[in-house]
Design a protein around this ligand. Structure first.
Ligand code: GLN
Length: 181
């Protein structure tokens, strides 16, 4: 299975390693030419959403990526990738997001939590957002301390934490199952 990994900025390499470990074939998308290649799913990694949005616009990738996701391409957005799907950015998912929700300096921590359909998993947060509101069609997949940190809407899955860090492959497996279905 061929999975595009948006590689404009941020933590894309770790996603590629995780996907390859699970037998998928990840490839990097750095420009419009890369985006021409057919894929079964897309990963938008963590990083800095402000920078990522600027670059995706500069490369004229905003529209084609938005159209593909709206057309049903499965997508996994992690941390800044989650923010990229909200109304202020690609606007494909009905969620409201608070950026740097845990504070800028002390906002990085690791915990464990229940992820619906997957089980209890480690969750690493790095200057993470959380979801303040789920719109129509969006459902919660995980919460930590009363805040929604993972959600799904159709074939879009987002996490405020970084499932690509560490050894637990279950969130990526969950995503690949979605790409297969
Ligand atoms: N703080 C970043 C942002 O707002 C997200 C951090 C991350 O992706 N680890 O875009």
């Amino acid at each position: 299975m061929s999975i595009a990994v948006l590689a404009l900025q941020g933590a894309f390499a770790e996603h590629c390693q995780m996907l390859a470990r699970l037998g998928a074939e990840p490839f990097l998308v750095r420009n419009r030419a890369d985006w021409q290649r057919p894929c079964d799913g897309l990963v938008i990694p963590g990083g800095e959403s402000t920078a990522m949005l600027r670059i995706i616009r500069d490369l004229d990738l905003c529209e084609p990526v938005r159209a593909a996701i709206r057309g049903g391409l499965p997508v996994l957005g992690t941390c800044a990738g989650l923010i990229m799907l909200d109304a202020g950015h690609l606007d494909t998912m009905h969620i409201r997001v608070r950026r740097n929700a845990y504070g800028r300096q002390l906002g990085s921590f690791a915990t464990e939590g229940e992820f619906r359909g997957v089980g209890r998993i480690p969750m690493t947060f790095i200057r993470a957002p959380y979801i303040t509101e789920l719109g129509p069609g969006a459902t919660e997949l995980a919460s930590v301390d009363g805040h929604i940190v993972a959600a799904r809407e159709g074939r879009q899955v987002v996490t405020a934490f970084h499932p690509e860090l560490g050894d637990d492959t279950r969130v990526h497996r969950y995503f690949l199952d979605l790409c297969r279905s």
